[in-house]
Design a protein around this ligand. Structure first.
Ligand code: 5GP
Ligand code: ZN
Length: 136
């Protein structure tokens, strides 16, 4: 299903032009308009899923397969030194466009980006409690 007022539905299905890097019957890969680094791209499913919670399992597997192919191709063509895959789910996690997308971010030595988090601290009791909360 597509969503009438969703910009990424329109881009993925070619109703709004974008700089496409790849397209098949299920996905389009486009260059991000606010790139973190040179070549920052997004994998968009053509169907509307808000985020990972809604994405069907088989589609999730296909996204990761495509991400690997694109990462290898882009790293070679752009002469990148590394690569981040980033995927935000929900406002609290930084998602601003509510149509599932996976960020493909080529990284370059000294590119000035800081995509890592600030490490916190945790006690072994807290770790055990969290482990229980998730697994039990
Ligand atoms: P989020 O924060 O939801 O994970 O990422 C949304 C991304 O979409 C941002 O990196 C932003 O630059 C990009 N973006 C937002 N609107 C457009 C658009 O109309 N075209 C393209 N190509 N990228 C967009
Ligand atoms: Zn959509």
């Amino acid at each position: 299903m597509r969503k009438e007022d969703c910009i990424f539905c329109k881009i993925a299905n070619g109703e709004i032009p974008s700089k496409s890097l790849y397209e098949d019957n299920k996905f389009r890969v486009i260059l991000d308009l606010g790139p973190a680094t040179k070549g920052h791209a997004l994998i968009l499913p053509k169907e509307h899923y808000v985020n990972l919670y809604e994405l069907p399992e088989d589609t999730a597997a296909e996204v990761m397969k495509l991400a690997k192919t694109m990462a290898i191709k882009m790293t070679g063509k752009l002469n990148a030194d590394g690569f981040n895959l980033i995927q935000n789910n929900g406002e609290a996690a930084g998602q601003t466009v509510m149509h599932y997308h996976l960020h493909l971010i080529p990284r370059y030595k000294n590119d000035g980006q800081h995509i890592l988090w600030k490490p916190g601290t945790v006690s072994s009791e807290e770790l055990e409690e969290i482990q229980k909360q998730i697994t039990e």
